[in-house]
Every structure is written in C-alpha cells, then in structure tokens.
Design a protein around this ligand. Structure first.
Ligand SMILES: [Zn+2]
Length: 169
C-alpha cells in the first residue's frame, strides 16, 4: 500500500497498478463498487514483467511528457540508490495478496461456491466448524480462525492461521 509514494506511481486499484507486471488490468463490479483485476492473457502468452531498465525508461518519458507511462507518474528518489534494483526488491504484498486474496478465495470456493463443483464442501460446514473449535493452536498464534460460514468477518490473521496451522484438519 505504501509503494506508490516512493515509486511515484499508481496504486493497486489504478491502471497499471501492479508492481510486478505491465498488465493494465480491468475493472469488474464487486458488491456496490468495483475492483481492478489482472486476468491472465487469453492466448497464454507470458506477461511482461517490470524491470529496473523499463522503469527508468518509463520514468524519463513520464517526466518529459508530463503524462503517466505504465502507471509511472514521474521521478522517484529511489534512483539515487546506486546499484539497488528497487523493482526486484519490491515483493508482492502478503496480507492482501495471500491472506485476504488467494486464501480467502480458496475458502469461498470450498464453502460458498457452486454445489455442482466436485470440491464444494459447503454442506459440511457444521462438521468443519466443530473441528475448528476443538483445535488448540500453539501459543504463537494469537488469533485462531472463526466459523467458515462467516468468512466475510475474518481478519487476515485468521486466514493465515487456517492455512498454516489448522489446514488440513
Ligand atoms: Zn501483475
């Protein structure tokens, strides 16, 4: 979430907001608003990844034209760090990408997806909840999971606990 400030670029929900690749992304409706997603290419062609050299070219062009280039607005102070590849050093954001992203999506498919899918186990929610309630996590885990039919109220740490401590139960 803080990357756009030192990078001087768009944030995650803007066009070209991904700090890993050069996909523009598309906006899709979600609940009462919309979100930006980065779908795979239809033809299976590889996605172009950001590089330090490409970032430098985009930055110079953005400064010269005063227009955003691939999500880059202009100069970044990071260029003074000689020998530091700040593009490679920028890793995917764990809390939103992993815990609230992939983990949450996976549990939704298991428990709230389509009943016709072979992985659907939404009819076993009471059994899963009972087993989760009986798990005694190690003391390092400050927040255990909640009920799987209440995923919308889970915090990121609860998804982390589910996948790294209690799954598979
Ligand atoms: Zn990307």
């Amino acid at each position: 979430m803080a990357r756009p400030i030192p990078w001087n670029c768009r944030q995650f929900n803007g066009e070209f907001g991904c700090n890993i690749c050069l996909l523009e992304g598309i906006r899709v409706p979600k609940r009462r608003g919309n979100v930006r997603v980065y779908p795979e290419t239809n033809d299976g062609s590889p996605v172009e990844l950001r590089t330090l050299e490409q970032h430098g070219r985009d930055m110079k062009l953005a400064i010269a034209t005063r227009k955003m280039v691939n999500g880059i607005k202009g100069e970044t102070p990071l260029v003074i760090l000689s020998g530091f590849d700040y593009v490679k050093a920028c890793v995917p954001e764990y809390m939103h990408g992993d815990c609230l992203g992939v983990c949450k999506q996976f549990l939704k498919l298991l428990f709230a997806g389509k009943k016709s899918q072979r992985w659907f186990i939404g009819d076993k929610i009471s059994i899963v909840n009972a087993r989760l309630m009986n798990i005694k996590p190690p003391y390092e885990i400050s927040r255990s999971t909640g009920a799987v039919d209440d995923l919308s109220n889970w915090e990121a740490s609860m998804f982390r606990s589910f996948f790294y401590i209690t799954f598979p139960f």
